[in-house]
Design a protein around this ligand. Structure first.
Ligand code: MIC
Ligand code: SF4
Length: 637
C-alpha cells in the first residue's frame, strides 16, 4: 500500500515510535522559528540548557508581535533577542522585516523538511510542502538543542480539492469552509493533507492561507504537495535549488477524506467569537461595520493586498469606517509599492501600518466600543481585538474590500466584475535578516538583558498530595486568549511574575491572580476546571507558565487542545480529564479539593469538599511522568 505525503515526510524524520495514528512518536526537526512574544522565554530556556550553539540546520528568530515600543520593554526584548541570536548561531529577522510565517514561507520554507515554531500558525509552511508544527517555546528550545520533538502520530485526512474558485471567492473561503465542516476541534490529532485537481489552481501564498488557518481546527498541521506551483514560487524567491517534487503515492491510504468543490464555494465569514462559527457573507449582509483590517499571517501576501487595493481603486473608504492594512513582509510592502497598489491604498484613505502582526494581536487598531470589526485575520477570540464589547468577523480580502467601500457587511459578488490581479515579481532582499556569526566570534557575544528580561520562575516538584481549591470553573473552548491575554499585556512576555499578576484570566475574573497567589502563599494549590477543547488557540507557553507561577497545579477538563496540553506538562501542571464526563457537573468554583499524587500512572481520585470522590484520567503519557514529578521539563534537566 502506498504512502501519503505526511507519512513520507514523517518517516524520513522518525527518531522513535511507530507511525500508527495516536501512538507516541518523535521526529527530527530541521528548522525552527520563534517570534519575539514567545521567543524571549524560549531563548531563556535554551540558555538554561547550556548548549553552546543551535544544532538544527536552520533556526530563525523573528520580531513581529511586540513592535509598538511605547516604553523600554519591547526594545529591551529586541536587543536581548538580537544578541542571543548572535551568540547561538541563529538568523535574526529585524523588527520591520515582517511577520514570521510570511517571511519564513518566502525565504526559508523547504519542501520535505520539518519546521517547529513557537507560534501556532507555523503550519503556514505546509504551503510549500513542509511538515510545519506549532509548539510551546520550551519544545522549540529543545529542538534547537538537537532533541527530537515528541508528538502523537496524527491521523491523516485527505482534503481533496476539485474545481476552481469563482471570482470574488478566495483561499480564505476554502479554509472557512473546512472550519464550517469540522469546527474548532475537528482537526485535533489530525493532519489535513490537500490533494486533487483543484490544488494546481492555488498559488503558494493561497495554499499558505489555508494551511495557516488550519490551526483553527486544532490540527497538528496541514500540508500541500510540492509541485510545479511550488517550483515557480521557489524560483521567484531565487531558491530554485531547494525544490524537490513531493506528493502522496497514487494508492496512498488516509484515515478520512473530505471533498471540497472550489467552484461551489461562496464568500464566507466566521462570526465572533469563534473561527468555527462560519456563515455565508450574504446571511449577514447589511450589518453595520465600524472597522476593516487587512493583514496578519493569514492574508497579507502581495495577491491579497493587491486585490484589496484594486477593489478600492478610485474610491475612498466609507466615512463611518477606519481601515488598516499591514503588509506581511517588507518584501510584500516593497512589491505593492512598485506595482502602484500602495499609492492606490493611500489614495483610498487606508491607514497603512508596519509589516507586523499589529491589530491581529491587539497591538494597535482596536475597534470602538460595541463596534463591528471585519478582519482578514484567523482569530476572533473574545477580547483579542483589545475592545471587549466589540465583535470581530473573519473574512477574505475581497469581502473586507466590499465592506470598506459600503460601510456594511457586503457580499463582494454584488460589486460587479472582480478585478484581475497580475502577480509581479517579489522583491528578494535579505539585508534585514542577520545571518549567524562564525562560532569563534559568536562565543564572545554578550547577551543584552535590559530590565524587562526577568529570570525564569522557580519550578516546584509535585508534592505527594495536592490540596487546595477550585479557583475557576469554566465552560467549553476556553482559549489561550482567555487564560493569558496578549493585547496591552504583550510587552510583559519576558517577565512572568508581572504578566501573571496583571493578566492571567483577567478578562474572565479579575480577582483570579490575587486569589491564586493568596492560596499559594498559604501553602495551597490551585485547580482549574474546564470543559471541552481547553486551551485552544495559540502556542503561548505563558498560558501554562503564568498559572504555574500563581500556584496552579492541576487543570481538569473534558478535553484539551494539543499545544496547550504540552505546555501544561512542560511546566509541571497535572492535566487530567474526567473518567465520566458527567462528573464535570459535580464541582464548582470555591470547592475544597485534594488528590493523592504518589502514583499518577493511572486513575486519580479527586476528593471534593471531603465528601465526593471523582475519578480522573491522565491526559499525559507515561513518558511525561518523571517531568511532572520534577515540576516540569526544565526542573528535570
Ligand atoms: C496568536 O496568534 O495568538 C499568537 C500571538 O501569534 C500566538 C503566539 C503568542 O501568543 O505569542 C500563537 O498563535 O501561537
Ligand atoms: Fe501574528 Fe496574528 Fe499571525 Fe499570531 S495570528 S502570528 S498574532 S499575525
Amino acid at each position: 500500500m502506498g504512502e501519503n505525503l505526511t507519512q513520507k515526510i514523517i518517516k524520513g524524520h522518525l527518531v522513535s515510535g511507530s507511525m500508527e495514528a495516536g501512538k507516541s512518536i518523535s521526529i527530527r526537526i530541521d528548522q525552527t522559528l520563534t517570534q519575539d512574544a514567545t521567543g524571549t522565554m524560549a531563548y531563556l530556556q535554551f540558555e538554561a540548557m547550556g548548549v553552546p550553539r543551535v544544532k538544527t540546520k536552520l533556526s530563525v528568530s523573528y520580531v513581529d508581535h511586540n513592535t509598538l515600543q511605547v516604553d523600554y520593554m519591547n526594545p529591551d526584548d529586541h536587543l536581548f533577542l538580537q544578541s542571543i541570536a548572535a551568540k547561538y548561531g541563529i538568523y535574526f529577522s529585524r523588527p520591520g522585516n515582517g511577520i514570521c510565517h510570511q517571511i519564513h514561507l518566502e525565504r526559508f520554507g523547504m519542501p520535505g523538511t520539518t519546521l517547529l515554531g513557537s507560534d501556532s500558525h507555523t503550519p503556514t509552511g505546509g504551503g510549500v510542502g513542509q511538515i510545519a508544527i506549532g509548539a510551546g517555546g520550551l519544545d522549540v528550545a529543545f529542538a534547537m538543542a538537537g532533541k527530537p520533538f515528541g508528538l502523537k502520530m496524527p491521523e491523516v485526512v485527505n482534503v481533496r480539492l476539485t474545481g476552481k474558485l469563482s471570482p470574488w471567492v478566495s483561499a480564505k473561503d476554502v479554509i472557512l469552509e473546512l472550519l464550517r465542516r469540522v469546527g474548532v476541534k475537528g482537526g485535533v490529532g489530525k493532519v489535513f493533507e490537500y490533494t486533487g485537481p483543484g490544488i494546481a489552481t492555488l498559488s503558494v501564498p493561497e495554499r499558505a492561507t489555508i494551511t495557516n488557518m488550519g490551526a483553527e481546527t486544532g490540527a497538528t498541521t496541514s500540508v500541500f504537495p510540492s509541485d510545479d506551483v511550488t517550483k515557480a514560487w521557489l524560483e521567484s524567491q531565487n531558491r530554485t535549488n531547494q525544490f524537490v517534487p513531493l506528493s502522496a503515492d497514487n494508492d496512498a491510504m488516509y484515515n478520512d477524506k473530505i471533498e471540497i468543490d472550489l467552484s461551489a464555494l461562496v464568500p464566507l465569514l466566521a462570526v465572533d467569537p469563534s473561527p468555527g462559527d462560519v456563515k455565508t457573507v450574504a446571511e449577514l449582509s447589511g450589518m453595520k461595520v465600524d472597522q476593516v483590517c487587512v493583514g496578519s499571517c493569514t492574508n497579507s501576501s502581495f495577491r491579497d493586498l493587491a486585490m484589496f487595493a484594486e477593489i478600492l481603486k478610485g474610491k475612498v473608504v466609507s466615512p463611518g469606517l477606519s481601515v488598516t492594512v499591514s503588509p506581511g513582509s517588507r518584501s510584500v510592502y516593497q512589491q505593492i509599492e512598485k506595482s502602484g497598489h500602495l499609492s492606490m491604498l493611500i489614495a483610498s484613505g487606508v491607514r497603512i501600518l508596519e509589516a507586523t502582526c499589529g491589530p491581529c494581536i491587539g497591538q494597535g487598531g482596536a475597534p470602538p466600543s460595541d463596534g463591528v470589526t471585519v478582519r482578514t485575520f484567523n482569530r476572533n477570540f473574545a477580547g483579542r481585538t483589545g475592545t471587549k464589547s466589540a465583535k470581530a468577523y473573519l473574512v477574505s480580502p475581497e469581502v473586507a474590500a466590499a465592506c470598506a467601500i459600503t460601510g456594511v457587511m457586503t457580499d463582494p459578488r454584488t460589486l460587479g466584475n472582480a478585478p484581475a490581479i497580475r502577480i509581479t515579481s517579489p522583491v528578494v532582499d535579505d539585508r534585514m535578516i542577520i545571518p549567524p556569526l562564525p562560532e569563534d566570534v559568536a562565543k564572545e557575544v554578550k547577551v543584552i538583558r535590559g530590565p524587562n528580561i526577568a529570570p525564569l520562575p522557580e519550578f516546584r516538584p509535585l508534592p505527594e498530595t495536592i490540596s487546595g481549591e477550585v479557583l475557576l470553573y469554566l465552560g467549553d473552548n476556553i482559549t489561550t486568549d482567555h487564560i493569558q491575554p496578549a493585547g496591552k499585556y504583550l510587552p510583559l512576555r519576558s517577565n512572568v511574575p508581572e504578566y501573571a499578576r496583571k493578566a492571567t484570566f483577567v478578562q474572565v475574573d479579575p480577582t483570579f491572580a490575587s486569589r491564586a497567589e493568596a492560596l499559594r502563599d498559604s501553602g495551597g494549590y490551585g485547580f482549574i476546571v474546564g470543559g471541552e477543547n481547553y486551551g485552544q488557540g495559540s502556542s503561548r507557553e505563558h498560558a501554562g507558565l503564568c498559572p504555574m507561577f500563581l500556584g496552579v497545579k492541576s487543570v481538569i477538563t473534558k478535553s484539551f487542545a494539543r499545544i496547550h496540553l504540552a505546555n501544561l506538562i512542560n511546566f509541571g501542571i497535572l492535566p487530567l480529564t474526567f473518567a465520566d464526563p458527567n462528573d464535570y457537573g459535580k464541582i464548582k468554583q470555591g470547592d475544597k479539593v485534594s488528590m493523592k499524587t504518589t502514583d499518577i500512572t493511572s486513575e486519580l481520585i479527586l476528593k471534593v469538599n471531603d465528601r465526593t470522590d471523582i475519578k480522573l484520567k491522565p491526559a499525559y503519557s507515561e513518558k511525561d511522568i518523571p517531568m511532572l514529578k520534577a515540576g516540569g521539563a526544565l526542573a528535570m534537566i
